[in-house]
Design a protein around this ligand. Structure first.
Ligand code: F6R
Length: 250
């Protein structure tokens, strides 16, 4: 199902409610591949379970001839306090799911550093983002409506910053660690202003746990308590969800 929904005339969400995770991943990869037709592309990328299938589709596209040599990537976020080579770092995630499988140039890969001592720490990363606005930003969404790791309460004009992860976010992500105690308590994230700079945004969500957040994203009044509501102010958001995540907006 494909529909367009404008909320209070601010923007028009382009919404796809599809039947399976595979269909969601395929559609999201098509949105990315369309943007890759440009000569030079800055792609904002997300981690987490939502985009894994989309990355598989992009790797398949690479094997069919799609190059990534003209891509500069900027990632949304990274945990604080774990090394790049930690199995659950977002750096490791991106190499495992995409970067090591395609021909993107290593010097064009940008992931914020959670160790605070590199060129990708807060201020440097913000300056880099300002100089390289995303042609497309890929987003997942937290069950509490977070985008990037901008948790409820984050100012809409926030830039790259370090945040304390909410308990529910740590619980959601505990599935990737051997215990809740091992889930980092803090992360560094693009701010909401950095996300909104993207020319286009594609948000992927599947599963019933995301249904309320997806409803809020489209219909809830703008509020810093539900970070995704800011997307109502963006001119071009493509929402790609399965039936479960889309059940409240049908
Ligand atoms: C990941 C990120 C987060 C996730 C969100 C959903 O880089 O910024 O906002 O997109 O927590 O995670 P999953 O997809 O694992 O449900």
């Amino acid at each position: 199902m494909h529909q367009n929904k404008g909320e209070k005339g601010n923007n028009m969400f382009e919404i796809f409610i599809l039947n399976s995770y595979e269909e969601v991943s395929k559609k999201a990869s098509e949105v990315v591949l369309e943007v890759l037709k440009k000569d030079q592309v800055t792609l904002g990328l997300a981690t987490g379970s939502s985009p894994v299938g989309m990355y598989q589709q992009l790797v398949d596209a690479y094997h069919k001839g799609q190059s990534f040599q003209h891509v500069t990537s900027v990632n949304l976020d990274e945990y604080v306090g774990i090394n790049q080579d930690h199995p659950q770092s977002y750096y490791t995630f991106m190499f495992e799911h995409l970067f090591k499988h395609v021909d993107i140039m290593k010097e064009n890969i940008h992931i914020p550093s959670g160790l605070g001592n590199s060129e990708n720490s807060t201020n440097e990363y913000e300056l880099f983002l300002q100089a390289h606005p995303q042609d497309l930003q890929v987003l997942g969404i937290g069950s509490n409506g977070h985008i990037g790791f901008n948790e409820p309460g984050t100012a809409f004009d926030s830039t790259v910053h370090q945040i304390e992860l909410k308990k529910e976010t740590r619980l959601d992500n505990a599935r990737f660690f051997s215990s809740l105690d091992e889930v980092p308590t803090h992360a560094i994230t693009m701010g909401i202003q950095d996300i909104m700079r993207a020319q286009k945004i594609v948000l992927i969500a599947t599963g019933q746990k995301k249904a309320q957040a997806i409803y809020d994203c489209v219909h809830a009044p703008l509020s810093v308590d539900i970070p995704c509501t800011i997307l109502q102010k963006h001119p071009h958001v493509v929402l790609i969800v399965d039936q479960e995540a889309g059940q409240l907006i049908k």
